[in-house]
Design a protein around this ligand. Structure first.
Ligand SMILES: *Cc1c(COP(=O)(O)O)cnc(C)c1O
Length: 376
């Protein structure tokens, strides 16, 4: 079983009464403990209570929720956004809504999905499998293969290309500019789940669209509040006014499940304020990522190139990944080994996740431990 955490704060956890550097969290900007974020959450808790005990279609439709939807939409360059309880639900909602629209118009949708897409996308598609006319899994980032499949499916009414913005086990970015162009060429809808990109990549942290010069050109963007934007809970779908209106009508998680509670919504709003007004968390994050990635390269460990705070150390063998993780734990470094079915067989790895909350000294400690235990 995964270790039980006794206490935690940005960049660190306590396990078995020992303080550890935490490399197994998506709190990339350290905002889960930022005083500005916490103050906003405290205020909302006092004003609104723990929760509305109601979804958005009942009395849970607060001004705060609507404000966050407007802010998120503007931030990612879309017309509107719809909050959900999680990004898992947001992805389910997107495909549920596409299926509902198909049923209304008598159309049929063919979905083209990157093989390494997140489990929530895979399950969202599976749930709608009966109503989809076709599902094509294209090899990771294989644009030529995707083009061939799109060409072969030319007769379909609706085509949907879906990809992670940043892949969660690799830390690499999808080629969004090329995917936007392909979608345009084939009249396809491009759906991007940018959970690991939101708040992290792009000059001002607006995500993969900003990083690749296509901000606002992705048709449907999903993301989470549970990672860089405060690390709590919540997800969103951003898109055109017409698609988000359809979501509010057809998304079953939106209609039948609670939204994130007001304190979490207020925390996410404050996280957006931080991103818009304070360049330091992103700058510190990037310096720490550089430090870790340069060190990993010097140690000649196998990883994926890039600049994302997800730095996978590919070890291959499952037992070895577990053993290295245990050895790092003894050195005060908390990582989790990722094995099948989270990653393909034979590619077991440690996924190191850097945060702005890590000190340069902490990253040096990690590199020292990797030098002693992760090298062949
Ligand atoms: C983490 C993650 C999710 C799930 O987000 P939740 O808000 O925790 O449900 C969905 N998609 C991707 C790509 C993720 O990395």
């Amino acid at each position: 079983m995964t270790a039980l955490i006794q206490r935690s704060g940005p960049g660190r956890v306590q396990v078995d009464d020992r303080a550890l550097v935490n490399l197994a969290s998506c709190d990339y900007l350290g905002l889960s403990g930022d005083p500005r974020v916490l103050a906003a959450a405290h205020q909302a808790l006092d004003r609104w209570g723990l929760g509305s005990a109601a979804g958005r279609t009942l009395s849970g439709n607060t001004t705060l929720h609507r404000e966050l939807e407007h802010r998120l939409a503007a931030w990612v360059g879309c017309e509107d956004a719809v909050l959900h309880g999680s990004c898992w639900s947001a992805n389910a909602a997107v495909f549920g809504t596409l299926a509902a629209l198909d049923a209304q118009t008598g159309s049929a949708t063919a979905v083209f999905s990157d093989r390494l897409n997140h489990a929530s996308i895979i399950d969202a598609i599976r749930t709608q499998r009966r109503t989809l006319s076709e599902l094509v899994l294209y090899d990771h980032d294989d644009l030529d293969g995707l083009r061939r499949s799109l060409t072969a499916a030319a007769g379909e009414h609706t085509k949907v290309i879906v990809t992670d913005g940043v892949f969660s086990m690799e830390g690499d970015q999808a080629p969004l500019a090329d995917l936007c162009a392909l979608a345009g060429e084939f009249g396809a809808i491009l759906v991007v789940d940018d959970s690991h990109g939101t708040g992290v990549v792009g000059a001002t942290g607006r995500g993969s669209g900003e990083a690749q010069g296509v901000l606002g050109r992705v048709d449907v963007l999903t993301g989470t509040l549970g990672k860089a934007l405060g690390g709590a809970i919540g997800g969103f779908v951003a898109g055109s006014a017409s698609f988000t209106a359809a979501l509010r009508k057809h998304s079953r998680p939106y209609l039948f499940s609670n939204n994130p509670p007001p304190a979490m919504v207020a925390g996410a709003l404050a996280a957006l304020d931080v991103l818009e007004n304070d360049a330091e968390p992103l700058a510190v994050l990037r310096a720490r990522v550089r430090q870790l990635r340069d060190g990993v390269a010097r140690l000649r460990l196998t990883t994926y190139e890039g600049d994302h705070p997800i730095v996978p150390i590919i070890l291959g063998d499952e037992d070895r990944a577990a053993a290295v993780s245990t050895a790092l734990l003894d050195e005060g470094v908390f990582t989790t080994p990722l094995r099948f079915p989270m990653v393909p067989r034979g590619t077991a790895r440690l996924r190191l996740q850097v945060s702005a909350a890590h000190s340069a000294t902490a990253i040096d400690q990690v590199l020292g431990a990797l030098a002693r235990h992760a090298q062949d």
